[in-house]
Write a protein that binds this ligand. Sequence first.
Ligand SMILES: Cc1ncc(COP(=O)(O)O)c(C=O)c1O
Length: 371
Amino acid sequence: MKIELFEMERMQSTWENVVDIDLSESGVRAVSLRELVELGFDLTGVLDTPLSYSQGNGTVELRQLLSRHYTGSSIDHIEVTNGTSEANFIVSLNLIREGDEVAMELPNYMQMWGLTRSLGATIRTFRLRSDNAWVPDWKEFDEALNEKTRVLYLSNPNNPTGRVLSRKDMERIVQRCDEMGTWLLADEVYQGAELNCGRTPSFWGMSDRVIVTNGLSKAYGIPGVRIGWIVGPRAVVQECWTQHDYTTICPNKISDVIARTAVHPDNREKLFARTRAILREQLPIISEWVSSFDGLLEVSEPEAGAFCLIQYKSDLSSAELAERIRVNQSTLIVPGSQLRLENCFRLWFGGPREKLLEGLRRIRTELNQIL
Ligand SMILES: Cc1ncc(COP(=O)(O)O)c(C=O)c1O
């Protein structure tokens, strides 16, 4: 298998630590080790931990804690991975074969786009409709998902729209997957990053064809430890472990310990509350900024997630716009084109406030010349 370039990730990994201001991120600003110590993380305890290999599928302690968040699951339903991206990767390696069909909602995080194509499968897409509050286009959905569809991939809450599926829509999706014998791969990494609505329900438990992936990177605010997980039927999870033996063998030992602090039910709620507070405080900055452009910009405010989509009125492609802003203003945004959208860009508002304000000031300087 030759893996194709993941355009957005490469753009981010090339520039995010080089530019003055990075507004291309998607999670809430990262938690420090000190904050984790305040939540009970035993920093001095890890000083004596031998840096041996950790348990390949995640320590029993961590999987026990995780299983508390997925009713009816046990440690055998869970595989701990190096980030949600490895979780998606090994589920794909396990399930997708050359010639298979994979259905995918768009816009979306494009990892599964590149992976599916690299594995030799065909992608059938359906849109979340910008003219209908990002509800799936059900006609396209029914066409995309048929008896040949091996896997359906979606992110809920969705990156980049920040939309959360209604319970009714979730049921409709699960029912169709059941009817077609399709695996539903639900990437729930933004669960817990809701601004005003209640907690996004998990697809877990809605059918025995559901596989959930999640991780610490977004709603928990801990991307740097690279911990993710898969929750699925025992047999599938066992097979995923087989792939894991080839990719990274095991999660990082210290990360597994940190994750135990983060996913402990009390701490999880505290971390999600921290996320919500930051997002609620900072989204109005974006709304005000957008309205000061007198209709030349329009923002699609997320229900969850630390990013929003901003539509602009100009013939300039989103790729050119983002490149101009990077080169002239040393500020990084995600062009819509990298998310299969046009005339828009994705903006991160979950970072440090001063950086956000300065980034917006710089983007305005550029937009004033373009719009
Ligand atoms: C929907 C989605 N899934 C997975 C990832 C990757 O997450 P992780 O850092 O946990 O590997 C991202 C990152 O932006 C994402 O948006």
